[in-house]
Design a protein around this ligand. Structure first.
Ligand code: C2E
Ligand code: CA
Ligand code: CA
Ligand code: CA
Length: 276
């Protein structure tokens, strides 16, 4: 991410990490970003590669900083987590993504689902299920069109995780496990919790070594055996698509289909894939 925005350069200390000053600045600016409407959502298409249909969009947050330009979520989400600001930001993301999904529903894209990323801190909020209930109600979006993406870092307290996931599932909302295969406890997570979909982490495709290919194949077989849906992330080429088709992996997301798109471009993309 270091090449994204020359203006950030001054904040790097000898290319190793961000300087403390940079972090402090981001933290204080982050406090104002919500009210100053500096966040937007981009949407990345999710495809069914067997049918060629568009099945969903993943909402990905962008921060348009007034001086520093666009700042990647990889830079500011961890700070938002540490400071607790993620709770309000995350609520804004849900609200915005669900409202957008409902607009697309109303425009006739009745099968399109919206995937939203959930952070650990949000997941630990005792009122998460209530918040989701309220947002679904106020936007009118049907729960089955919402897909929550969680990561296994969220399983620190198994009882809480199970209770929360059951609450979410009780609403009719679907749960995907993001970045699957990169953590330490993926399998125990799968054995304990009600997960609807695995998203195979993009690192396995991007380094397509024989070993990684075997891992991708194994994850897909496992998901099929468990009757869990599976989506490959980081699909960048036709050869990735061919490889996945051969393994009967139905769903895929990545630059090969589209990078994350601003709302207007996302709408154009949806239009192209509209069912007739
Ligand atoms: P993620 O959820 O794993 O999202 C996928 C990331 O991979 C996105 O980066 C996306 O732009 C990028 N990507 C998509 N296709 C490809 C591809 O073919 N090749 C490669 N190399 N990359 C691809 P992005 O948008 O910078 O987001 C980074 C991370 O920030 C996300 O990873 C997610 O963990 C977090 N994030 C983004 N938006 C939100 C949000 O609204 N809330 C929370 N809590 N986290 C978010
Ligand atoms: Ca995700
Ligand atoms: Ca991911
Ligand atoms: Ca990731």
């Amino acid at each position: 991410a270091k090449d994204k925005g020359k203006s950030n350069f001054q904040f790097y200390t000898k290319g190793l990490s961000y300087s403390v000053a940079y972090k402090v600045k981001l933290e204080s600016d982050l406090r104002k970003a919500l009210e100053q409407e500096q966040f937007t959502l981009h949407y990345q298409p999710q495809m069914n590669i067997l049918t060629g249909q568009l099945v969903g969009m993943e909402a990905l947050i962008r921060w348009q900083h007034p001086e520093l330009g666009t700042i990647s979520p990889e830079q500011f989400i961890p700070i938002a987590e540490e400071t607790g600001l993620i709770v309000r930001i995350g609520e804004w993301v849900f609200q915005t993504a669900c409202r957008q999904a409902m607009e697309w529903q109303r425009a006739g894209h009745s099968d399109l689902s919206m995937a939203v990323n959930l952070s650990l801190r949000q997941f630990m909020q005792s009122n998460l299920v209530q918040m989701l209930t309220d947002i679904l109600q106020s936007t009118g979006l049907s729960a089955k069109h919402l897909q929550l993406e969680i990561s296994e870092s969220m399983a620190m307290d198994a009882n809480h995780t199970l209770r929360t996931l059951n609450g979410i599932k009780g609403l009719g909302v679907n749960v995907s496990m993001d970045d699957f295969g990169t953590g330490y406890s993926s399998l125990s997570y799968l054995s304990q919790f009600p997960i609807d979909k695995l998203k195979i982490d993009q690192s396995f495709l991007s380094n397509g070594s024989p070993r990684n290919k075997a891992i991708v194949k194994t994850i897909i077989d496992m998901a099929n055996n468990l009757e869990i849906a599976v989506m490959a992330e980081g699909v960048e080429s036709q050869s990735h698509v061919d490889f996945l088709k051969g393994l009967t992996c139905h769903e895929a997301q990545g630059y090969y289909f589209s990078e994350p798109l601003a709302t207007v471009e996302a709408e154009a993309f949806i239009q192209r894939y509209k069912k007739v």
